[in-house]
Design a protein around this ligand. Structure first.
Ligand SMILES: [Ca+2]
Ligand SMILES: [Ca+2]
Ligand SMILES: [Ca+2]
Length: 192
């Protein structure tokens, strides 16, 4: 019986469209290396807010220190739920440009734990791609700061991923509450 209820709930959650209000995005720039890039020179703030197709790139600090950006979620921390907990939204993440990067997370913004590497780029030229990361990779139960560090230094071209946005994945409990709220609303709406 319990299995059926769980299955039913899982299916219900899978079919609930995530409302815009449930989505949260990095909203403050904590720190970054010089913004730049071989083609575009957008301001660093382009990594904040919802994905809009406009990216920022971060160049190396010096010949031994790769570029980076650190952002903060000021509303509430990202919580570790089963599976991935946040997305990094990129554009033009291609094998040929090899914009591999490393990801770190922190609750207080001082001590960062390694979430892991992006791995080899799998995107297409000029196309958007979203990559999920799991706080459990660093044994973190929650995090308010995400740091993205370039995986290599290439002063001539293309070391830095083209970052559009960073988003928190809504927790299942949030979606259950939303679904419950919607069903209560549906019950209370008088029929005409
Ligand atoms: Ca997780
Ligand atoms: Ca690129
Ligand atoms: Ca953007």
């Amino acid at each position: 019986m319990h299995a059926f209820i769980t299955l039913g709930l899982g299916i219900a959650i899978a079919f609930i469209p995530v409302p815009a209000s449930a989505m949260r995005f990095a909203d403050v720039l904590k720190d970054h290396s010089p913004p730049g890039g071989n083609l575009v020179q957008n301001p660093a703030t382009e990594v904040l807010g919802p994905p809009d197709g406009i990216v920022a790139q971060f160049q190396e600090v010096d010949l031994t220190t790769p570029g980076f950006v650190t952002v903060e979620f000021t509303g509430s921390a990202i919580e570790d739920a089963p599976g991935n907990d946040f997305f990094i939204h990129l554009i033009d993440w291609t094998v040929s440009e090899n914009e591999i990067f490393l990801v770190f997370a922190s609750l207080g913004g001082e001590v960062f734990e390694s979430i892991g590497s992006s791995g080899i780029p799998t995107g297409s030229a000029e196309a958007p791609i979203t990559i999920g990361f799991d706080l459990a990779s660093a044994n973190l139960s929650s995090a308010s700061f995400i740091k993205i560090v370039n995986g290599r230094i290439a002063t001539s071209c293309c070391e830095s991923p083209d970052i559009d946005a960073i988003s928190a994945i809504p927790e299942p409990s949030t979606l259950i509450l939303l679904a419950f709220g919607l069903s209560v609303l549906a019950v209370r709406i008088p029929r005409t």
